[in-house]
Design a protein around this ligand. Structure first.
Ligand SMILES: Nc1ncnc2c1ncn2[C@@H]1O[C@H](COP(=O)(O)OP(=O)(O)O)[C@@H](O)[C@H]1O
Ligand SMILES: [Mg+2]
Length: 141
């Protein structure tokens, strides 16, 4: 668990980066403004990407190349579970991308099962503090 200001987000991102392998699915869970996109940006930075990560709310999918892994950042906030079937996620997975998905819960039963779930919680007393937990599906060290 990571708790604190933006450094906690960077520490969580570094920890998540070390777990990533081609074809993995990472679910980012948290309210609007919890810091999901900020975390994706920090993961990309941790992997030394030179590509900026912005909020993909209106484009749904952004590809983020890094020297070692291809990332695919997805924000399904405005998707219906039917849209999700048309995103071609299987193609990305087959191509070895790591999927980093905000609002995977929008996919309902149509969605893929995440290998890693990162949960971001805002703090009642400090708007800059987040509590971040990283959960694997069992086989992550
Ligand atoms: N510790 C922190 N970690 C991440 N974001 C933080 C933190 N403290 C403040 N923030 C701010 O919270 C906002 C998070 O926005 P964003 O990452 O777009 O959230 P989401 O994608 O979950 O909607 C940003 O404005 C960011 O600067
Ligand atoms: Mg976002």
């Amino acid at each position: 668990m990571f708790k604190g200001g933006i450094q906690a987000t960077h520490d969580a991102a570094a920890a998540v980066s070390k777990l990533l392998k081609p074809g993995m699915i990472v679910s980012l869970v948290g309210d609007l403004g919890a810091g999901k996109t900020t975390l994706v940006s920090a993961i990309a930075a941790s992997l030394k990407s030179e590509h900026p990560v912005s909020s993909p709310t209106f484009t749904v999918i952004h590809e983020v190349p890094t020297p070692t892994l291809m990332l695919c950042h997805i924000d399904a906030y405005r998707c219906s579970s039917r849209d999700v079937l048309n995103l071609g996620l299987d193609d990305y997975l087959n191509d070895g991308y790591v999927l980093l998905i905000e609002w995977l819960e929008m996919f309902a039963d149509a969605g893929p099962l995440p290998d890693i779930t990162v949960t971001l919680l805002e703090d009642d007393s400090d708007p800059d503090v987040r509590t971040i937990t990283v959960d694997g599906n069992g086989d992550l060290s």
